[in-house]
Design a protein around this ligand. Structure first.
Ligand SMILES: Cc1cc2nc3c(=O)[nH]c(=O)nc-3n(C[C@H](O)[C@H](O)[C@H](O)COP(=O)(O)OP(=O)(O)OC[C@H]3O[C@@H](n4cnc5c(N)ncnc54)[C@H](O)[C@@H]3O)c2cc1C
Length: 1007
C-alpha cells in the first residue's frame, strides 16, 4: 500500500511538554508542570476530563481519598460534592467537576485539546518529539520537547518504540463500568449468582450509581482491544441488568447511561531503566526512548503496585513524581518539529493489493500550522475485510448496517464512541421531531426497546442487540481517520486501533459519520454549511440533566470540526452555558453539530426543490418535516422572503439515490446529514426518522451492489425501490408520482399577481429562471397596486431590475414606520428560522438585482438600528441585509452606511483577538455580533474599502473558528490568491495592492 506523496500531518501546536490523555493523574501533572512555567498541552481522547471520574462516570470519592489530596485539589473536589451517602462517600456533580478541572488547567496556562486519540509518535532519533492524533479533523500532530504518556496501557510509549510486556491475567481482565440508575437502588450492594463473570457476584452502589466489576476473557490479538472490551462489557452488563430484574435483588433495575470509557485493570508494563523497588521516577522512563515519561499503572512496577495505582486517587502519586522531574534537562536539546519522523503503527505489515492508497486528505487548516510532516510510506496492516463497511453507528449508520447484514452482506459497523445511536442517544436528542413514521422506523424502535425493557439498559446499549443478532460485526471505540482508495474507487477505511493505524478493506463503504469523513478523506468534493462562508446550523453540546435521556439543548453557535483547536474551544465554551433545561449534571461525550459537510453528490437536493415539490426517478426515501432552520437561512430564496412562516407546516422531500453517491467516487454511499443537500434544505431533511430510513436505503443499495460486484450507482433502481417498499422505507405512493410535469407558468404568474399563489407555486415559478421573466414583467405592468411588490420582488430575485422602483417605494413606505418593522414570527434568537422583518427581505432582493438605487436608503437605516448587545434580535437582519445588498452592489457609495454599522459599539470589536481565553466565547450573542462584524467587513472590502480588508485580516486569528475560516474564504475570493493563514502575509499583500482598491461584487447565487 502506498500513501499519496502530498499526504502530510499538520503540526497544530508546539509545547514544552505534551501530556497525552486526560486521566486524573494526567490533569494533575499537566497543571503542576505548567505552574512551573512550562508551556503544556494536554490532549484528551474524549470531550471531558478527568477521564476516570467523568468520562468513565465514576463520580464518587471517599473521605480518606480526599484527605490524601493536596489542599487545593481537595477544595476543588469539595466544591463539586452533590450529596453524601450513608457510608461516608461523597457523590460528585460530574458537570461541575469537569468544569473545575478545566478551570484548574486553563488557569495554569495549559492548552487543552479534546477528542484526539493518540495514533502515532513523533520521533527524532531516540527522542520523543510529540505525538500524532486522530480526530474529526483527521490526522494532526502536536510537537513537544518532552512527552508524558498517561494512557493506561502506555500506548504512546509503545508507538515511540518502547518495549512493553503484558501483565499476566490468567483468569481474565477485570473491567469496571458504572451507570447512572433510573431510581435509587434498594441496597448499597446487590448480590447475584449469575452471570459468573460478575466479580464476587456483587453490583456495588454509590449513591445513584451502580458499579459493575466484570472479568472478561479477551482474545490475544490486541488490535481491537478497545472494541472488544467495550462490546463484551456492555453485553455482560445487559445480562446483569436482566438478572437483576428477574431476581429479588432489584426487580425494578433500570439504567440511564454509562460512561464512554472503562476502568480496566493494568494490562501492560513498560521496561524501564534500572531502578529500585520503590515507585520512583526511573520506573516511568521507558528504556530506549528519551524525553518520554509514562504516568499510569503501566509504569515498571510489580503487578500488585500497578493494581493499587489503577485507583484514580492513588494514581496521583505518579503524577506528583512526574511533576517533580527535572524538566529543564528533559526539555533540553529539543528537536524542531519539522525534523521529527512520524511513526504510525507498531503492527506487522500485511500488504494490500498494489494500487490501493491510504488517503488522509484534510481540508486546509484555518490557522497557521507550525509545520507539515510528511507521512512517508507507513505500512498499515490489513486487519479486517468485509462486503459492506458502515462507518458510524448513529442514526443512519446502525440501520444501514442492520439492513446490509439482513440482506446477506458480510457487514462490519465501526463506531467512534462506546455506544450506538449517535445523535439520538449519546447526542441527547432522544425525541423525534417530525420525520416520516414508516414501518421500517417502527420496527427498528421496537427491536431496541424490547431489549431495553428486558435488561433495563438505556437505548444506546440495547441497540447493540439487534446489531449483533443481524450478524453484523460491531466495533465500538473505533474511529475512521482515512480512506483506502484505488483511483476513483473507495476500497475501505483507515482506522485507529490501540496499536496504531490499520486498514479495513470493503467492497462497499457506507459513510454514516454524519460528516462525510471517509468520503472527503478519499477525495470527494464537499462544501460546508451555507457554502457562502463557514456558517452552519447551530451546534449543541448541552449535557445531561439528572435522569433525563434528553440533553439540555443549546442553540449555540458554530463549531468547525475541521479544526481541532476550534472543536476544543467549542466544548470549553458550551460547558459554561445553560441549555434549555439549565446547566447539565453530566457531560455529554458527543458533540453533535446539526450540520457540517455536504458531500457533493450526483444530484443535490435544494431548498427550491423541496418547496417546488420536485420528484426523482431514483427516489430512495422521502423525508417529511418543517423547515427547522436553527441558524441562518442562507439561500437567496429564503433571504428574499420566500420562507414558510407557519413554523410547523410540513413539506415532503424525496431523496434520490444520486444524492448519496459522491460525484467522482465509486463504491461509497454517503448517508446521515452529510449527503448532497444544501443548507436550507437540510434544515428540513435531517430529522432522525428520515435519516434512519436513508441509512436503511443505503444499506440495502450497498448489499445489492456488493452481491453483484457493481458500484452502487449501477444497481437496478426499480428493483431497489421495490425492495425498499417491502421493508417499509418507501410506500407505493412514493413511486406512483409521475416525473416532473412542466407547470402552467402563465397561470401561476396570473395567480401570483392576484395574490393567490402559495409559496410552493411562487418557488415553482422562480425555479424556471429566465423563462419566467417576460411573464412576470408583463404581469407587473398590468397588476393592481397591491399585487405589484410581490411581482417586483420576484423579478429582482431573477436578476431583473424592472421591479426595483416598485420595491423602493414599498421599502420607503415600510421604513417610514417608527420603530422599525419587526419580523412577523418569533424565533429563539435571530437569525433563527429565517424570520426577518419584511424590509430586510426587500433590501436583499434589490441587492440580488445589484441595483444601486437602494444605496441612499441604507445610511439612514443604519443610523436608526439600535442594537442590544445582550440579545440577537431583529436588528441582526437589518444589519445583515445592508451588508448583503452592499456586497452585491459593490459601490463605494454604500461605504458610509457600512461605516456606521462598523462603528456601532455592539459590532465594532465583536471579533475577538487571537489568543482570547476560550471560556470567553461561551456567550452566543457576541458570537452572532462577531458574525455581523465579519459581514460588514467583507461588504466594505467588496466596495473597495481598505478598512474592510484590514478587519478581515485581523479576523484570521479569531478564536471562533467559523469567523477565522470565513475571513480566509473571503480574502481568497477577493484577492484571487491565497496568502495562507498568516495575517502578516495578507497585510503585505494589501500593502502592494493597487489603490484605490477596485470594487468586487459578490455575484454567486446561494441555493
Ligand atoms: C442538537 C440537535 C438537535 C436535533 N433535534 C432533533 C429533534 O428534536 N428531532 C429529530 O428528529 N432530529 C433532530 N435533530 C436532527 C437529527 O438528530 C440529526 O440530523 C441526525 O441524528 C443525524 O444523523 P447522522 O446519522 O448523520 O449522525 P449521528 O446520529 O450523529 O451518527 C453519526 C455516528 O458516527 C460516529 N462517527 C462520527 N465520525 C466517525 C468516524 N470518523 N469514525 C467512526 N465513527 C464516527 C458518531 O460517533 C455517531 O455515532 C437534531 C440534531 C441536533 C444535532
Amino acid at each position: 500500500m502506498t500513501v499519496r506523496k502530498e499526504a502530510a500531518v499538520p503540526v497544530i501546536a508546539q509545547a514544552d511538554v505534551l501530556v497525552v490523555e486526560s486521566t486524573f493523574s494526567g490533569c494533575v501533572a499537566a497543571a503542576e508542570v505548567a505552574r512551573q512555567g512550562r508551556k503544556v498541552a494536554l490532549v484528551s481522547s474524549s470531550t471531558s476530563l478527568p477521564r476516570e471520574l467523568v468520562v468513565a462516570l465514576r463520580p464518587w470519592v471517599r473521605e480518606a481519598d480526599l484527605k490524601a489530596l493536596p489542599e487545593a485539589l481537595a477544595a476543588l473536589f469539595e466544591a463539586c460534592v452533590k450529596e453524601r451517602t450513608a457510608d461516608g462517600e461523597r457523590i460528585l456533580h460530574a458537570g461541575k467537576l469537569a468544569e473545575a478541572f478545566e478551570d484548574m488547567l486553563l488557569d495554569a496556562g495549559v492548552q487543552i485539546l479534546y477528542d484526539l486519540r493518540p495514533c502515532g509518535a513523533l520521533i527524532d532519533g531516540h527522542r520523543a518529539a510529540g505525538a500524532v492524533f486522530a480526530g474529526k479533523a483527521g490526522l494532526v500532530a502536536v510537537g513537544a520537547r518532552a512527552v508524558v504518556d498517561c494512557t493506561p496501557d502506555a500506548r504512546l510509549a509503545a508507538l515511540a518504540g518502547a518495549r512493553l510486556a503484558d501483565r499476566p491475567a490468567p483468569s481474565g481482565i477485570q473491567v469496571g463500568y458504572s451507570m447512572l440508575c433510573a431510581a435509587q437502588p434498594p441496597a448499597s450492594e446487590l448480590h447475584l449468582d449469575e452471570p459468573a463473570n460478575l466479580v464476587d457476584g456483587k453490583v456495588l452502589v454509590h449513591g445513584p450509581f451502580a458499579e459493575f466489576r466484570i472479568r472478561l476473557a479477551l482474545s490475544p490479538d490486541a488490535t481491537f482491544r478497545d472494541a472488544e472490551l467495550t462490546l463484551k462489557t456492555r453485553l455482560a452488563v445487559a445480562q446483569i441488568g436482566q438478572a437483576l430484574r428477574e431476581s429479588r435483588a432489584w426487580a425494578g433495575a433500570g439504567f440511564v447511561r454509562g460512561g464512554d470509557a472503562l476502568l480496566v485493570a493494568p494490562t501492560r508494563r513498560i521496561a524501564a531503566r534500572p531502578h529500585g523497588q520503590e515507585i520512583e521516577l526511573a520506573a516511568c522512563q521507558p528504556e530506549g526512548v528519551e524525553a518520554l515519561l509514562v504516568c499510569s499503572p503501566a509504569i515498571d512496577v510489580d503487578d500488585a503496585a500497578a493494581a493499587a495505582l489503577a485507583d484514580p486517587f492513588a494514581s496521583t502519586a505518579i503524577a506528583r513524581l512526574v511533576a517533580a522531574a527535572d524538566w529543564t534537562t528533559l526539555c533540553a536539546d529539543a528537536p524542531r518539529p519539522e525534523d521529527a519522523r512520524v511513526v504510525l503503527t507498531t503492527q506487522p505489515r500485511q500488504d494490500m493489493e498494489a494500487g490501493i492508497e491510504a488517503r488522509f486528505g484534510h481540508e486546509e487548516p484555518i490557522r497557521s500550522t507550525l509545520a507539515e510532516l510528511p507521512l512517508g510510506q507507513p505500512a498499515l496492516p490489513l486487519v479486517a475485510e468485509c462486503d459492506v463497511l458502515v462507518v458510524g453507528g448513529g442514526t443512519s449508520g446502525l440501520p444501514a448496517a442492520l439492513v446490509a447484514a439482513q440482506n446477506g452482506a458480510k457487514t462490519l459497523l465501526i463506531e467512534k464512541h462506546a455506544d450506538l445511536g449517535g445523535t439520538h442517544t449519546i447526542g441527547g436528542v432522544s425525541k423525534y421531531w417530525f420525520g416520516r413514521t414508516t414501518d421500517f422506523v417502527r420496527r427498528l424502535d421496537r427491536s431496541a426497546l424490547s431489549t431495553a425493557s428486558q435488561s433495563g439498559m438505556p437505548k444506546c446499549v440495547a441497540m447493540l442487540y439487534p446489531a449483533v443478532l443481524s450478524g453484523a460485526g460491531v466495533l465500538p471505540q473505533c474511529l475512521a481517520v482515512g480512506a483506502l482508495a484505488e483511483a476513483d474507487r473507495v476500497r475501505g477505511a483507515v482506522v485507529v486501533t490501540p496499536t496504531g493505524l490499520a486498514a479495513i478493506r470493503a467492497k462497499i463503504v457506507v459513510d454514516a459519520t454524519g460528516d462525510g469523513d471517509v468520503a472527503v478523506r478519499a477525495g470527494a468534493e464537499a462544501s460546508w454549511g451555507t457554502t457562502r462562508d463557514a456558517m452552519t446550523l447551530w451546534f449543541s453540546f448541552g449535557h445531561f440533566k439528572g435522569t433525563r435521556p434528553e440533553a439540555s439543548r443549546h442553540y449555540h453557535s458554530v463549531v468547525d470540526l475541521r479544526d481541532a483547536i476550534d472543536f476544543s474551544r467549542a466544548i470549553i465554551a458550551s460547558r459554561r452555558r445553560n441549555g434549555v433545561f439549565g446547566r447539565g449534571d453530566f457531560p455529554q461525550y458527543y458533540l453533535t453539530p446539526r450540520e457540517s459537510r455536504h458531500v457533493h453528490g450526483r444530484a443535490t437536493v435544494t431548498y427550491a426543490d423541496i418547496l417546488s415539490g420536485r420528484r426523482y426517478p431514483d427516489t430512495v426515501t422521502v423525508c417529511r418535516s418543517n423547515f427547522d432552520i436553527k441558524g441562518l437561512a442562507a439561500s437567496d430564496l429564503a433571504l428574499c422572503g420566500y420562507t414558510e412562516l407557519e413554523f410547523r407546516r410540513n413539506y415532503s422531500a424525496p431523496i434520490p439515490l444520486r444524492a448519496l453517491l459522491p460525484e467522482r467516487l465509486d463504491h461509497i454511499l454517503v448517508v446521515g446529514k452529510a449527503y448532497s443537500i444544501t443548507h436550507d434544505a437540510l434544515s428540513l431533511a435531517r430529522m432522525q426518522r428520515d435519516l434512519m430510513a436513508l441509512g436503511g436505503a443505503a444499506g440495502l443499495a450497498a448489499a445489492l451492489a456488493a452481491r453483484d460486484g457493481k458500484p452502487p450507482a449501477d444497481v437496478d433502481v426499480a428493483d431497489l425501490q421495490q425492495r425498499l417498499v417491502r421493508i417499509g422505507i418507501l410506500t407505493p405512493a412514493d413511486l406512483a408520482h409521475p416525473p416532473d410535469d412542466e407547470p402552467d407558468l402563465p397561470a401561476l404568474v396570473r395567480q401570483w399577481a392576484e395574490g393567490r399563489l402559495p409559496l410552493t407555486g411562487q418557488v415553482a415559478v422562480l425555479a424556471r429562471g429566465e423563462r419566467a421573466v417576460p411573464l412576470l414583467r408583463d404581469a407587473l405592468a398590468k397588476a393592481a397596486p397591491q399585487g405589484k411588490p410581490a411581482l417586483a420582488r420576484a423579478l429582482c430575485f431573477l436578476g431583473n431590475r424592472d421591479g426595483v422602483p416598485v420595491l423602493l417605494d414599498e421599502l420607503r413606505r415600510q421604513l417610514a414606520a417608527d420603530p422599525l418593522p419587526r419580523s412577523p414570527q418569533k424565533a429563539h434568537q435571530a437569525p433563527d428560522h429565517g424570520y426577518a422583518p419584511e424590509p430586510a427581505f426587500l433590501i436583499n432582493a434589490i441587492g440580488i438585482a445589484r441595483d444601486p438605487r437602494v444605496i441612499p436608503l441604507l445610511a439612514p437605516l443604519a443610523t436608526r438600528i439600535r442594537m442590544n448587545p445582550r440579545r440577537s434580535d431583529d436588528t441582526f437582519h437589518y444589519v445583515f441585509a445592508i451588508a448583503y445588498a452592499a456586497e452585491r452592489i459593490a459601490d463605494p457609495a454604500a461605504l458610509p452606511a457600512l461605516e456606521i454599522l462598523a462603528d456601532k459599539p455592539a459590532i465594532g470589536g465583536a471579533i475577538l483577538p487571537p489568543g482570547t481565553d476560550p471560556r470567553k466565547t461561551a456567550d452566543v450573542v457576541p458570537g452572532r455580533l462577531a458574525y455581523l462584524e465579519l459581514c460588514v467587513a467583507r461588504a466594505m472590502a467588496r466596495c473597495g474599502s481598505p478598512r474592510g480588508y484590514r478587519r478581515l485580516i485581523d479576523a484570521l486569528g479569531a478564536p471562533r473558528g467559523f469567523i477565522a475560516r470565513s475571513a480566509r474564504i473571503e480574502l481568497i475570493d477577493l484577492a484571487a490568491t491565497d496568502c495562507g493563514p498568516d495575517p502578516r502575509k495578507w497585510t503585505a499583500w494589501l500593502a502592494e495592492a493597487p489603490t484605490p482598491l477596485p470594487p468586487k461584487p459578490f455575484t454567486r447565487r446561494i441555493e
